[in-house]
Design a protein around this ligand. Structure first.
Ligand SMILES: Cc1cc2nc3c(=O)[nH]c(=O)nc-3n(C[C@H](O)[C@H](O)[C@H](O)COP(=O)(O)OP(=O)(O)OC[C@H]3O[C@@H](n4cnc5c(N)ncnc54)[C@H](O)[C@@H]3O)c2cc1C
Length: 509
């Protein structure tokens, strides 16, 4: 048994996570990094190798960089300088990030790499274990599992996190509502060979009832996506590759000789969000907490970022270093983020609809998106670089994700993200303040104190632009700034408050 001594408490583990999608794996890794014992349960017997997502945005790449594992993902994907908003070009290479590009990488590769990292960190995965029942009391959660064996199994844990996708059993069993808007269209996706297609790819070809794209992703193979706005499929109806062919013929008038379809699935513009991300000892993250039209490729990114927001908070609570109320900040911070994503994907869905009104709207939007400010605004939204949580401190970087600024420390650390690999919070003093150093001593068991010099006099902060580098800042394990002070002698009363709020009361003094 690793982490806490769960064996003496009647618990099988600290946290049960359902399941091994990108959100569940990322959360499991974050918890293990913080020394928490985790069991991940997954209803499948093994991976299918299928992929829905095909890309990751700047903020997710930064998050992986913060943990020192980004190179693995860069090696398995391909950088792309542009992105899109409902098919209209966004210039991602203008983003103020060390990683100003979407990384084209299949979801199956993302999951494989996260699983490798989870394995290195000692995450235990139980395949063929479907969550079928949950009950909670003051001390923990009992999770009923349907397994391959005839007798059902149970696991007892302090907390359960449902990362079990859009149809989440955990969400339903916890009685959490999932309000939103129903599907108004049908989309289908599949990887296919199209021998009769002469172009390398087709991008959002618009037709009277919808549109379609066929994007080459490896020699001989296209990822085919069809969108039809004049029909809504029954959610429970089976999905077949014949339906994908018929959809392509309705839109394109040909199937381009389509053959060998694989990974065919259906999706829609249904947009729903859990009305609360926590019910006692049960929490939700990723698609279990929010579903939406996948325009702009934001769902997986948001799930990974949910996990990174929740991981260190849940670890602090499990390890007795923070009150349970810290978990409420997870809902407070992440629910509005998904609300915005649902909003922008509804807008993208409206822009994509066929018909003269949407065509006119699209024309107007096409002429607006070339303006730098419009492009930057939409780019910030899609990349999640523009997120700001409520925070303390008088510097504009407070609440934002810390930029990966160049630094100089006495032990040779050259940039901010290298300080976050361990997943511990960092109090970064950039002005050599004796007061900040003195405060740091009181939290030295939980918060790393680093004295450094910023190599840049100015940092870029979304909405504020180029601003003088802060004098000192408190960076949470998820890379968001909990407190930051402008030049001069930082006011340490606010720093003490921020340290207590996020990391519990001081150990000394
Ligand atoms: C066509 C399409 C393209 C997309 N492209 C992108 C993109 O480019 N970028 C992006 O960011 N997002 C994209 N998305 C969204 C992305 O695929 C999802 O947001 C992402 O998969 C969510 O990850 P998750 O881990 O939360 O859930 P999932 O990936 O759905 O994983 C849930 C897991 O839970 C398991 N499970 C379900 N029920 C149970 C149970 N009762 N017990 C145990 N296990 C259970 C499932 O088997 C599965 O392994 C796309 C989606 C679609 C449909």
């Amino acid at each position: 048994m690793t982490g806490n001594d769960v064996g003496h408490t009647g618990m099988d583990t600290d946290v049960v996570i359902a399941a091994v999608g990108p959100t569940g794996l990322m959360l499991a890794c974050e918890l293990r990094l913080a020394g928490v014992d985790v069991v991940v349960v997954e209803r499948l017997a093994e991976r299918t190798g299928e992929s829905r997502a095909g890309g990751m945005h700047s903020r997710t790449l930064e998050v992986l960089d913060q943990r020192g594992i980004l190179d693995r993902f860069l090696a398995a994907g391909e950088l792309q300088p542009v992105g899109h908003f409902s098919g209209l070009r966004l210039d991602f290479d203008e983003s103020e990030s060390r990683h100003p590009y979407p990384l084209m990488i299949l979801q199956s590769a993302i999951e494989r790499l996260l699983e490798e990292w989870a394995d290195e960190l000692g995450v235990r995965v139980r395949w063929s274990s479907e969550v079928s029942d949950i009950s909670q009391d003051g001390a923990g959660v009992t999770v009923g599992l349907r397994t391959e064996r005839s007798a059902p199994a149970t696991l007892r844990a302090r907390y359960l996190v449902g990362c079990d996708g859009g149809r989440s059993a955990v969400r339903k069993l916890a009685g959490i509502g999932f309000p939103g808007t129903p599907a108004t269209m049908t989309a289908m996706i599949g990887d296919v060979e199209l021998p009769d297609l002469s172009e390398e790819y087709i991008w959002w070809r618009r037709r009277p009832t919808g549109d379609y794209s066929a994007i080459a992703f490896e020699p001989g193979w296209h990822r085919l996506i069809t969108f039809e706005y004049d029909r809504v499929a029954d959610r429970g109806a089976p999905v077949t590759s014949e339906q994908l062919r018929e959809s392509l013929i309705r839109l394109a008038g040909t199937d381009y000789g389509m053959r060998n379809p694989r990974g065919v699935s259906r999706f829609s513009d249904a947009a729903r969000q859990a009305d609360r991300y926590r019910e006692g000892r049960v929490l939700l993250a990723g698609d279990a907490a929010h579903i939406h039209f996948p325009a702009g490729g934001q769902g997986l990114n948001m799930g990974v970022q949910d996990a990174v927001n929740l991981g260190w908070k849940l670890a602090s609570v499990v390890r007795g270093r923070a009150p349970e109320s810290l978990l409420d900040s997870y809902h407070a911070e992440r629910h509005p983020v998904a609300e915005c994503v649902l909003h922008n994907t509804r807008a993208q869905s409206a822009l994509a609809r066929p018909g003269p009104q949407a065509d006119a709207l699209r024309d107007v939007f096409t002429s607006l998106i070339v303006f730098d400010d419009v492009n930057a605004y939409l780019r910030g939204m899609l990349t999640a670089l523009d997120i700001r949580y409520p925070s303390d401190g008088d510097h504009p970087v407070a609440g934002r994700r810390v930029p990966d600024a160049d630094l100089k420390t006495s032990d040779g650390i050259s940039h901010v993200y290298a300080l976050l690999h361990t997943g511990r919070p960092v109090l970064l003093d950039l002005c050599g303040s004796a007061e900040v150093a003195s405060v740091a001593e009181d939290w030295s068991d939980r918060v790393d104190f680093v004295e450094a010099r910023s190599e840049d006099d100015h940092w870029y902060v979304p909405a504020a632009g180029e601003v003088p580098a802060p004098a000192a800042l408190l960076v949470r394990p998820d890379g968001h700034v909990a407190w930051a002070a402008t030049g001069g002698t930082p006011a340490t009363a606010a720093l003490r408050t921020a340290l207590t709020t996020w990391f519990g009361p001081p150990t000394q003094g």
